[in-house]
Design a protein around this ligand. Structure first.
Ligand code: HEC
Ligand code: HEC
Length: 273
């Protein structure tokens, strides 16, 4: 399967959620002997991912990277208990006896289990084998130029601090998630990047990241990196905004520019030599 096609599929997910429900109930024939090979299309992976988010992420985490509190391991690296698709299938079907890893509901069709397997397998691809449509050099140019991404993001020590440092973003983020971050930035924003909108004694509403707070005052930093400090007893209105301050680039950049940026971001990894 070309990774690129999966990434396109996600693109469709982003822009056509309504039409998706049409497919959700399609029933595919399946028996356990079919093996995972039949169920590893982008469609299967994305179904597996959604099922994973509903049923498995509370222990394994939304990104499947595991969770120390629940003891559920990271599923994105090499697995301890299984090295084949059938092995993963059996763990999901039967659980790991004596641990919190319970078997899935016995009524869950094999198809669904294979889709979970396909999703887990998709987390362990070799980045060098991923073929992307975009051009990383062009993406670099957009990042520093037209896209103005570097006003908020740092890469290799250059750029702004109004968003996460992206110097190693390619190590743990799949291409379709990079695309998602650009076209749907308001999905699942880490609380670290929530903002406060405060109207103080001067009647002006200002929005910024929460930099500090004590019993008497709260401090925010706005998008121009100005710090504002408010005495709590003078605040007229304060709202917490759980959206990203990052604009959606869905309309701002063309599809091929977005492809280039994905290729650039995906190439950002720790230097290996
Ligand atoms: C209640 C918490 C919990 C839930 C929910 C859960 N798991 Fe697990 N899972 C665990 C724990 C704990 C382990 C480690 C078991 C062990 O090997 O000691 C584990 C292990 C696994 C492994 C083996 C990992 C390895 O390194 O070999 C796989 C694969 C897995 N889980 C997949 C899933 C899938 C898919 C789902 C959803 C259908 C799921 N888990 C739901 C807690 C959970
Ligand atoms: C106004 C500031 C701002 C600009 C401009 C901006 N971003 Fe962001 N970006 C953010 C913030 C804040 C977050 C964290 C919240 C979120 O997930 O959206 C973020 C998140 C991201 C993420 C997800 C990071 C992660 O750890 O998952 C990626 C990828 C990203 N931005 C890429 C870009 C690219 C590429 C551009 C330019 C086309 C861009 N950003 C422009 C502020 C910005």
């Amino acid at each position: 399967m070309g990774f690129y096609s999966m990434f396109r599929w996600k693109w469709l997910l982003v822009s056509g959620v309504a039409s998706l429900s049409l497919f959700t109930f399609t029933i595919l024939p399946a028996t356990a002997e079919d093996g995972g090979a039949l169920y590893n299309t982008p469609y299967d992976i994305s179904n597996g991912e959604r099922y994973f988010e509903r049923q498995c992420s509370r222990c394994h985490g939304f990104d499947a990277k595991g969770n120390d509190e629940t003891g559920a391991p990271d599923l994105t690296g090499r697995l301890r208990r299984a090295s084949t698709e059938v092995g993963i299938f059996n763990i999901i079907r039967e659980g790991v006896p004596g641990t919190a890893m319970l078997p899935v509901d016995a009524d869950l069709p094999d198809t669904r289990v294979w889709q979970l397997v396909a999703y887990i397998e998709s987390l362990r691809y070799d980045p060098n084998s991923v073929e992307l449509a975009g051009n990383a050099n062009a993406g670099n140019g957009l990042f520093r130029g037209k896209g103005d991404c570097d006003s908020c993001h740092m890469v290799a020590g250059r750029g702004g601090r109004l968003g996460p440092d992206l110097s190693r973003i390619g190590e743990n983020t799949a291409p379709e998630d990079l695309l998602n971050a650009m076209v749907a930035p308001h999905d699942a924003v880490d609380p670290r990047w929530w903002t406060l909108r405060i109207t103080g004694a001067d009647g002006v509403a200002r929005t910024g990241f929460r930099m500090g707070e004590d019993s008497f005052s709260v401090r925010i930093m706005d998008n121009d990196a100005n710090l504002w400090s408010y005495r709590k007893n003078e605040i007229r209105d304060m709202q917490r905004i759980e959206e990203s301050t990052m604009p959606s680039y869905d309309q701002l950049l063309s599809e091929s520019e977005l492809d280039d940026l994905v290729a650039f971001l995906f190439s950002l990894r720790r230097e290996e030599n």
